[in-house]
Design a protein around this ligand. Structure first.
Ligand SMILES: Cc1cc2nc3c(=O)[nH]c(=O)nc-3n(C[C@H](O)[C@H](O)[C@H](O)COP(=O)(O)OP(=O)(O)OC[C@H]3O[C@@H](n4cnc5c(N)ncnc54)[C@H](O)[C@@H]3O)c2cc1C
Length: 464
């Protein structure tokens, strides 16, 4: 339901009365900080920003928003890359970064229970301090919140072996639009009591409720890890190496790649000593028991060389491993320096179609005369074609839009999807019907109607 200025004014008055002025921000200066997320081009000023530090305050915000029909856009750190936390016109931004306590590390059940504003890196570090491991590691690990990770079902560099955020969420508390708290899931490894509402909220992008507590599964950490870089003169050889590794029944924890444009930008930025004339670079990591790791690393090196790798570099120490891995970890920052506007995209195809998708992205970029650097989670079939452009150049933006449309259509034609980990938000909304078809969208709309009958939770995201 669209809000009017009158609704927002009334909501702000009541929020200020109940939560205090210090939690309700309305100055233009502060609002402008929350007008965008990590997505290029999209921005919109909200009516106010509410910084809550207790779950009861979340419920208060939702009750007031419901009563005044004011939209609510829940926000973690705002690093999303599909416009999920970009404000809707006249909305309350409900920012959860101060709801950030670690509530429990349960070493008997191997779980951690946290509030949604805890940074992902803090979760990884706290698990490690308890001798345990939280595997999901989005590239934004140092700045993203776990609430944002759950709401987007974020992936990361270890997805191939360890899965994504969903695989580690055991239980959630969710504040519903009327302020009631729904509890779903338990610490039990097995639990099939009723529908899995927990799974419905994972990846729901703030459109069904506000996640206020999360219980995560932890696992024992791997004993050791081997890190390798493969350098290839031909992209198809890199793609075939990835397929051959999987066919050999080796499941690395990391199987990433960078194309030539990205390698050049990374070398320019991080000075790692990478040759800038290679067509593809792969980052390959295996972890586990030392004997298995050594054997798998040897096998991977053999496979890469058999597929014409120009060189395979293996790290001899933790520092060297971190340096090799930084080639991949700095990819986005390195590309972001290259152009005024950087559009980081996210398509996934079945792994057998990787070489075809990479080739298609290159030819689409050429056809539309746009510059694209591609990197991504090759082991997952998840590619990030990154468009280097300038939003002030209208002609160029039209060409980028046409190229993007073609990239998404090609991914779907190859049996893939329009987003592997960033979500739909605003940016992918126009492409969702083409990817899913009518029936799934109708069912999603019906579900949205059950949880949010007046359409005030993150309106206009995923679908209208
Ligand atoms: C440099 C960089 C690297 C990245 N690398 C990766 C990567 O490797 N893998 C990956 O998957 N993503 C990646 N991302 C995207 C982004 O970091 C993730 O989507 C992340 O999970 C967003 O977390 P956030 O706290 O910033 O959430 P926000 O951007 O603030 O919000 C994201 C969405 O979640 C909703 N939301 C947030 N908190 C809650 C809550 N508590 N309850 C309900 N809804 C909520 C918002 O409304 C919004 O729709 C990257 C981004 C950047 C900038």
């Amino acid at each position: 339901m669209p809000s009017t200025r009158q609704d927002s004014v009334q909501a702000i008055e009541r929020l200020t009365q109940i939560l205090g002025q210090e939690r309700v921000r309305t100055s233009q200066e502060e609002l402008s900080v929350y007008a965008f997320d990590g997505t290029a081009i999209l921005h919109q000023l909200p009516a106010c920003v509410v910084l809550v530090d207790a779950v009861e305050q979340v419920a208060d915000v939702l009750r007031i928003a419901s009563e005044t029909c004011t939209p609510v856009v829940t926000r973690g750190s705002g690093t999303g890359l599909a416009g999920g936390s970009v404000p809707s016109p006249g909305c309350i931004v409900l920012c959860l970064v101060k709801l950030n306590r670690i509530l429990e590390v349960d070493t008997a059940n191997l779980t951690m229970t946290v509030e949604p504003g805890v940074l992902t890196q803090t979760i990884a570090d706290s698990a490690m301090s308890a001798g345990l491991f939280y595997p999901p590691d989005p590239g934004s690990i140092k700045i993203s919140t776990i609430g944002g990770n759950v709401a987007n079902n974020s992936g990361g560099l270890r997805g191939l072996k360890y899965g994504v955020t969903r695989d580690y969420v055991m239980a959630l508390d969710v504040a519903l639009v009327d302020g009631r708290i729904l509890k779903t899931g338990t610490k039990c490894v097995k639990d099939v009591a009723g529908f899995s509402l927990r799974d419905l909220f994972i990846g729901s992008e703030g459109t069904l409720g506000v996640i206020t507590k999360i219980t995560l599964k932890l696992i024992p950490p791997p004993e050791t890890k081997a890190t390798m870089l493969g350098l290839f003169d031909r992209m198809t050889d890199a793609a075939r190496t990835i397929s051959a590794i999987i066919e050999a029944r080796i499941i690395p924890c990391t199987l990433e790649f960078l194309d030539r444009t990205t390698v050049t930008c990374v070398e320019d930025y991080a000075h790692i000593g990478l040759p800038t004339d290679v067509e593809a670079l792969t980052l390959m990591e295996v972890d586990g028991h030392p004997a298995q790791v050594a054997e798998a690393a040897d096998e991977i090196e053999k496979i890469a060389r058999a597929h014409c790798a120009r060189d395979v570099r293996r790290a001899g120490s933790d520092d060297e491993a971190a340096q090799l891995a930084s080639a991949r970890r700095t990819a986005f920052s390195a590309l972001a320096r290259r152009a005024p506007t950087v559009i980081l995209e996210d398509v996934t195809v079945p792994r057998s179609q990787l070489a075809a998708m990479v080739a298609a992205i290159e030819s689409i970029a050429e056809e539309h005369d746009v510059e694209v650097g591609t990197f991504g989670h090759m082991g997952d079939g998840n590619l990030h074609p990154t468009f280097l452009t300038d939003e002030r150049d209208e002609q160029q933006m039209h060409r980028v839009e046409a190229a993007l449309k073609q990239v998404f259509e090609t991914a779907v034609e190859l049996g893939g999807t329009i987003t592997g980990e960033h979500g739909v938000g605003l940016a992918k909304k126009p492409f969702l019907p083409g990817a899913l078809g009518d029936v799934p969208l109708d069912v999603m709309r019906s579900l949205k109607g059950v949880f949010d009958p007046d359409g005030i939770l993150n309106p206009g995201k995923i679908f209208d």
